[in-house]
Design a protein around this ligand. Structure first.
Ligand SMILES: Nc1ncnc2c1ncn2[C@@H]1O[C@H](COP(=O)(O)OP(=O)(O)OP(=O)(O)O)[C@@H](O)[C@H]1O
Ligand SMILES: [Mg+2]
Length: 236
């Protein structure tokens, strides 16, 4: 009897899992879009405006030296280079707004490190080894969320410290990503009310949705390591 019901149970679990994944994905897409738009805006406002100012200065310079053939040529060269910088920035902005065409483990982690370093002016050492698996967009989004949340905890709770991410994929063991910090540490088993833990719960749920799991090792004044494991089957 029990055996007969198992397939139904498994199907039900799969359906719940997919539903949860979609819900997380939708929520996270909104956050991701906000992050990307913020970077795009910074690029547009800061660099874009500086380049516009530079190009105006060069045009003025060219006008002042319009009788000098050499100076005019040099100014034209500078204007052309400024224009090319503008075009590169426009491409970057477009990429940020549309996201990566084919996300994989490396592009997602590189992007997270870039956002982290730019925002907090703190280096985040990234080491990637093994095969670089490609993600489908939903998977990539949920993966992004786990690591983002973990880095957010480092900034909010670890205090001044070194941060690193290591990532390895092997076809027999799957993906393993470790986010480590050398900060103040905490007791992962402390369930006191002051420990809000919604971030940690969310990371657990996201890992579960990817068929994986999270382990946290932490020691007072030594640091914290969050280990995410995703089995090879989850990559299809
Ligand atoms: N890297 C870390 N270093 C030190 N303490 C940490 C670290 N990560 C988590 N903690 C501790 O674990 C607690 C629970 O983390 P969790 O992410 O669940 O909640 P939170 O960050 O306090 O709030 P939020 O729900 O907004 O994420 C934190 O309040 C903090 O005390
Ligand atoms: Mg948190």
């Amino acid at each position: 009897m029990k055996d007969e019901l198992n397939p139904i149970g498994a199907e039900f679990t799969q359906a719940c899992l997919r539903q949860r994944l979609l819900a997380i994905n939708k929520q996270w897409n909104a956050i991701l879009e906000r992050e990307s738009n913020a970077v795009a805006r910074e690029l547009h406002d800061d660099l874009g405006q500086l380049l516009t100012a530079l190009s105006m200065q060069i045009s003025l310079f060219k006008l002042r030296h319009q009788d000098d053939k050499d100076m005019t040529e040099t100014a034209n060269g500078m204007l052309m280079l400024t224009e090319r910088c503008m075009q590169s920035i426009c491409h970057l902005i477009d990429n940020l707004r549309t996201g990566d065409a084919e996300p994989n483990v490396a592009t997602v982690l590189n992007r997270l490190c870039h956002i982290f370093e730019r925002r907090h002016k703190l280096p985040c050492a990234l080491t990637i080894s093994g095969e670089c698996k490609a993600f489908d967009r939903t998977f990539a989004t949920v993966f992004f969320r786990i690591i983002h949340e973990s880095l957010d905890n480092v900034i909010r709770h670890a205090g001044p410290c070194k941060v690193s991410i290591t990532c390895n994929y092997a076809s027999d063991t799957g993906l393993e990503v470790v986010v480590s910090d050398s900060g103040r540490g905490f007791d992962p088993h402390d369930t006191a009310p002051h420990q809000k833990r919604s971030g940690l719960s969310l990371m657990d749920e996201c890992a579960f949705a990817l068929g994986g799991q999270i382990e946290i090792a932490s020691s007072k004044n030594i640091g914290t390591a969050l280990r995410l494991r995703i089995p090879p089957e989850s990559f299809g």
